[in-house]
Design a protein around this ligand. Structure first.
Ligand code: WTA
Length: 627
């Protein structure tokens, strides 16, 4: 029997969804995207209404909700305090040691955010200042992000698995004066020493004046009496007490920076703003996940990535939902940890990554089948293409065949979903879905001409969207060159895709040298520069190779100084070196020592040739090869 390739929605359930007639909404929103977005924005609070929905006179530097004033915190927290939601749980947090549980109503969340904001104010943080946050998945990351936003300051969250080098280059680029961190984080029963990494990362910093340290793992850490402050000590001071007003800012006021990898050069900071981002994130979560007041929403992403920003922190709070956060990993101490938590906390909507699903599938159905997962009503996937086999397992074994599974395609740059489904649409395992309302996408050839349905090509977005990034911080030229200049007026996503005859988009993967490893976004350039920082390495090239669980595995080619013998020992040393200088998530899976790298006559590394070689495929046209 052949596998089902299309899942029709249950007509009974469709009656209950917020969006029933998606065809009409799709048609209308595309006819007049601005009217559509104006309607969405009107659901949120603005202290001063906008006069223009979209100003594209200086494209690609788009401005949204021009003239408006608001603050994303007004909408995530403050407005919920005015009615019964005040007493509703905003955040449920469970530690890696699951006997540690902390819960916060909207009232309590506000108190925490005000306290953090008071502390930051006392340290001189004000509108436009960049604050670096290097925290694990603990409630304080939410408080810190919201506290910055509340003051009109700009947060720059750095994934708490990045090395001191990565941290210090990001701090230097953003000129941040304050770093918020913790003593450590729990990783599968051991302590990962965050504070030590910060000490190393800020040692030579020309800008960092204060480091705020949250106590989490409890071990002794060195504290510089001038620079470092325990957060709990600061909270005991009178300055931490009392109300703190949410600063009303212009719609286009920066909300956060998030460093992300591209195909060349060092990571660049994506800049998002208050007004448009808030509207886009709110709309997308409400529509795709039909979010409701009684939902317990769990997004498993880390706040260090965009998914954590948009759909662990901001999206669910904008919706007034209950967001669930778990500190640990899915397989520690047993591979049913997630299923146990879904059962215990009655999670209704569960949003995770294909790589996690694939790794949990390997442990078999016995683990989830021992748990009652009947509270679930919707599932979601993000980060990389979900293969139909993983889709079906997730849908059937976890969702009991009754929960619509929303794939969501988007990027750090887009801030919100761009290609996805809503629960009333037919679903196709492996297809990301349709462009969101108000958006259109197309697949084109190298010259920018649309290709026929079913043909692979470059994926472009045709319309600006309110939650899209405004620029690359400190690098406007690169913003234009990378995304907007190849096909003027259209946004180049960097992904390859094909569209089918029903208008569904199937994502193939990146067309550049961005490598998605277990859903984490890494650039070949970062990995290569970590390798060449090792004294034995002259040159290196990193590529992604297909991997059953991780999606892509990192494979590197290394040219050594002549006097060192390649071998297992050196290989291990280099792998550890990358872990230390970039991140453990960037450790190469495969390594080959070569005498030289294939290059074009202009000196560019031919990764296509390396990929073919690693996969044992035909190396193709080599006429442009240097020799
Ligand atoms: C990939 C993560 C297929 C894609 C939100 C994109 C996906 C890159 C999907 C952005 C999906 C993300 N199906 N591919 N549902 N979601 N991608 O910035 O290649 O970490 O360009 O944002 O992830 O990665 P980023």
């Amino acid at each position: 029997m052949s596998e089902k390739t299309m899942y029709e929605p249950d007509p009974g359930a469709v009656e209950t969804y917020r969006i029933r007639d998606w065809q009409t909404l799709e048609e209308q929103s595309r006819k007049d995207p601005q009217a559509y977005w104006a309607e969405q924005a009107a659901e949120l609070q603005w202290s001063k209404p906008w006069h223009t929905v979209l100003d594209d006179s200086d494209a690609p530097f788009h401005k949204w909700f021009v003239g408006g004033r608001t603050n994303i915190v007004t909408n995530c927290v403050d407005r919920h305090l005015e009615g019964p939601r005040k007493n509703k749980l905003a955040l449920i947090w469970v530690g890696e040691d699951i006997s540690k549980v902390r819960t916060f109503s909207y009232f309590a969340l506000n108190r925490e955010v005000e306290q953090f904001a008071n502390v930051l104010t006392a340290m001189g943080v004000g509108e436009g200042d960049v604050v670096t946050i290097y925290l694990p998945r603990i409630p304080e990351v939410v408080f810190a992000m919201l506290a910055c936003a509340k003051l009109g300051a700009v947060h720059s969250v750095i994934f708490a698995g990045y090395s001191a080098d990565a941290l210090s280059s990001r701090i230097a680029d953003s000129k941040s004066r304050i770093v918020i961190t913790a003593d450590g984080s729990w990783v599968n029963g051991s302590v990962f020493p965050l504070k030590d990494i910060v000490d190393e990362g800020v040692h030579f910093s020309a800008t960092v004046e204060n480091v705020i340290v949250v106590r989490n793992t409890g071990q002794d850490v060195a504290m510089d009496p001038e620079r470092d402050h325990w957060y709990h000590d600061l909270c005991a001071l009178p300055i931490a007490r009392g109300r703190c007003e949410t600063v009303q800012v212009d719609s286009e006021h920066p909300l956060y920076l998030l460093y992300t990898s591209g195909s060349t050069g060092s990571p660049k900071a994506i800049l998002h703003t208050h007004g448009g981002y808030m509207v886009g994130v709110h709309t997308s979560l409400k529509q795709t996940f039909d979010i409701r007041d009684e939902d317990r929403w769990w997004c498993t992403a880390d706040p260090g990535w965009v998914t954590g920003h948009s759909y662990l922190v901001y999206g669910p709070l904008l919706a007034g939902a209950t967001t669930f956060m778990y500190e640990g990993s899915p397989t520690y101490p047993h591979p049913d940890r997630w299923w146990q938590l879904i059962e215990h906390y009655g999670i209704t909507t569960f949003y995770t990554a294909p790589t996690a699903i694939r790794s949990l599938m390997r442990f078999g159905e016995a683990w989830p089948s021992r748990r009652d997962l009947s509270s679930l009503r919707l599932l979601g996937s993000v980060g990389e293409p979900i293969n139909p086999e993983a889709w079906r397992w997730f849908h059937q074994v976890i969702g009991g065949g009754r929960c619509p599974l929303m794939d969501t395609w988007w990027q750090t740059e887009t801030g919100m979903f761009q290609i996805t489904t809503v629960p009333s649409m037919p679903l196709k395992p492996g297809a990301a879905g349709r462009p969101v309302f108000g958006q259109e996408a197309e697949v084109v050839d190298e010259e920018g001409n649309p290709v026929p349905d079913g043909t692979e090509g470059l994926l472009l977005l045709k319309n600006p969207a309110p939650a899209m990034f405004r620029t690359l911080y400190n690098d406007e030229q690169r913003f234009i060159d990378t995304y907007w200049s190849r096909f003027p007026g259209r946004y180049l996503t960097g992904d390859a895709a094909k569209r089918d005859e029903d208008g569904y988009f199937w994502i193939i993967g990146r067309t550049d040298d961005v490598i998605k490893v277990s859903g984490h976004r890494l650039g070949n350039a970062e990995i290569e520069s970590a390798l060449v920082a090792h004294p034995e390495v002259v040159e290196a090239a990193a590529i992604g190779l297909p991997h059953d669980v991780k999606g892509s595995a990192i494979h590197v080619f290394v040219v050594l100084r002549t006097d060192r013998e390649p071998g297992k020992e050196l290989e291990e040393e280099l792998r550890d070196h990358v872990a230390k200088h970039l991140s453990p998530i960037a450790k190469p899976d495969g390594m080959e020592f070569v005498d030289k790298l294939p290059k074009t006559r202009s000196g560019k590394i031919m990764r296509r040739v390396l990929r073919a070689r690693a996969l044992g495929e035909d190396e193709g046209d080599l006429t442009t090869l240097e020799e």
